[in-house]
Design a protein around this ligand. Structure first.
Ligand SMILES: [Zn+2]
Length: 258
């Protein structure tokens, strides 16, 4: 198979790499704890199964791939996994001195790559032409993006119920990005995904000015990043997915062991 094609970031005709919208480093951590296999849960009737598929496809050239990894991914994973620069309070996690611009661009790079991916798990993510053009320049470092243009919010997912999911369990859940369209007059569109125990919301249609100071909104102008807690069971899409897959599990529609 030819690996030549147009890179989806620099748009040059080059040899393409197997890219991951959600970085391989994230899958690796999950696979490591499950002896090389992730557990796939899907929004259809197919059985629950082990998988070592990390949803990769030929997308970017090696220069762009390296650029995204070096500039955003490596920094973000390190910053979010390092518990030494994070203080736990009853209502949020407080990260000091993290580069919120890099975090914001990391999550937007996942959005950008998911939306341009033809892999099935990413089929619910779409990007509008105007964002695609803008993000391409921003991710390449040619333009600067204000925090309120395509706002990104990060929350820590928790389950406070007795006997519920532990923090380690929650970190093992990786779900493909999904899109929410709000009810009501002013339609808002949000793309969301779960990632290493964090819930990421990307406000595609922007947000109201009064929300700009809410905890969790990534903003380069702020020294402290307050990451609010969010109850796992307050995310209806995840609950639906779990209920559907629990049903499959109980019906024996699975290839995994107990
Ligand atoms: Zn490229």
């Amino acid at each position: 198979m030819s690996t030549l094609g147009i890179c989806k970031l620099c748009e040059l005709d080059k040899e393409l790499q197997l890219s991951h919208a959600i970085g391989n480093a994230v899958f690796k951590r999950i696979f490591k704890t499950n002896s090389g296999k992730g557990i796939t849960i899907r929004d259809n009737n197919s059985p629950i199964d082990y998988s070592s598929d990390s949803w990769a496809e030929l997308q970017l050239c090696s220069v762009c791939e390296r650029h995204l990894n070096d500039e955003y991914e490596r920094y973000s994973l390190k910053a979010l996994r390092d518990h030494r620069n994070c203080v736990k309070t009853p209502t949020c996690l407080n990260f000091r001195g993290v580069d919120q611009y890099k975090l914001m661009l990391y999550f937007l790079s996942i959005y950008y790559r998911s939306a341009l991916s033809s892999q099935r798990p990413y089929q619910n993510t779409h990007i509008i032409k105007q964002h695609q053009k803008r993000l391409k320049e921003v991710l390449l470092g040619n333009q600067y993006l204000e925090y309120n243009e395509i706002p990104v919010k990060i929350s820590r997912v928790i389950d406070r119920k007795a006997g519920g999911f532990s923090q380690e369990n929650i970190k093992q859940i990786l779900c493909a990005p999904f899109t929410r369209v709000s009810e009501g007059e002013r339609k808002t569109i949000t793309t969301c995904f779960l990632f290493e125990g964090f819930f990421i919301e990307i406000f595609i249609t922007g947000f109201r000015f009064k929300n700009r100071n809410k905890h969790g909104i990534l903003n380069k102008g702020k020294d402290n990043l307050y990451v609010p807690y969010k109850d796992l069971f307050s995310i209806p899409e995840i609950v639906d997915l779990m209920v559907l897959n629990l049903g499959k599990y109980q019906d024996g529609n699975r290839f995994i062991k107990d």
